[in-house]
Design a protein around this ligand. Structure first.
Ligand SMILES: *[C@@H]1O[C@H](CO)[C@@H](O)[C@H](O)[C@H]1NC(C)=O
Length: 201
């Protein structure tokens, strides 16, 4: 009983101190997550896809077990990222009931090429399950106007599923010049398949 009373008292004191003197707690997200997901670091993918040693910065999809080395933009991590407005954010879940099907706001500029977009307005890239997920990511990144989805066969870290790279300007097939050709640590050489471009209107 005595201990109980002591506990309540110290709690009250702690609250009083907290109200009287606001305390700023600085948390270094980079050291917590062991990766820099800030906008200034291309949201975790500072090396663009065509650069040697590049790797995806994030994964947005339903199969995090396939990418244990990437932070999956779902669940509890979204709540943590929300406190850090300059890092990548999780897309907001869709509102239900869904509206009747309308345009998603994107126009396809090329399809099924063997080259990925290579351009200086690169924002970030990661992995996704579907083209729709890539567009959803673009909608959640400020300034994003263009998505390029492709299969990076023999690519880094098994990123053969679907790579999603984001740009601030729209691009046509003429910029789809990254055809792979990077030798991987295991000696294989990557190449690009099913490259699609989508411009946000
Ligand atoms: C995409 O292009 C390849 C050749 O590069 C072809 O074999 C394949 O059928 C095409 N896929 C679609 C869906 O058009």
């Amino acid at each position: 009983m005595r201990f109980f009373t002591f506990g309540i008292t110290s709690f009250a004191v702690a609250v009083a101190v907290a109200i009287a003197t606001p305390v700023t707690v600085e948390v270094d997200l980079t050291s917590v997550l062991d990766v820099d997901l800030a906008e200034t670091n291309a949201f975790g993918a500072p090396l663009a896809p065509w650069m040697s040693g590049s790797r995806p910065g994030w994964y947005y999809g339903n199969h995090p077990e396939r990418y244990p080395y990437l932070w999956c933009l779902k669940g509890w991590l979204c709540k943590l990222l929300w406190w850090f407005p300059h890092v990548i954010q999780c897309p907001k879940p869709p509102h239900f009931p869904p509206k009747p099907p309308t345009s998603d706001g994107y126009t396809q500029t090329f399809r099924n090429l063997t080259g990925a977009t290579q351009a200086s307005d690169y924002l970030t890239y990661g992995l996704v399950d579907t083209i729709k997920d890539c567009k959803t990511m673009c909608n959640s990144v400020s300034g994003c106007k263009f998505v390029n989805t492709y299969n990076d066969v023999n690519g880094k870290d098994g990123s053969t599923k679907l790579t999603c790279s984001l740009y601030t300007k729209c691009h046509t097939s003429s910029d789809a010049t990254n055809t792979g050709g990077q030798t991987q640590p295991d000696g294989s050489v990557n190449f690009i398949r099913n490259s699609d471009g989508w411009c946000k209107k």
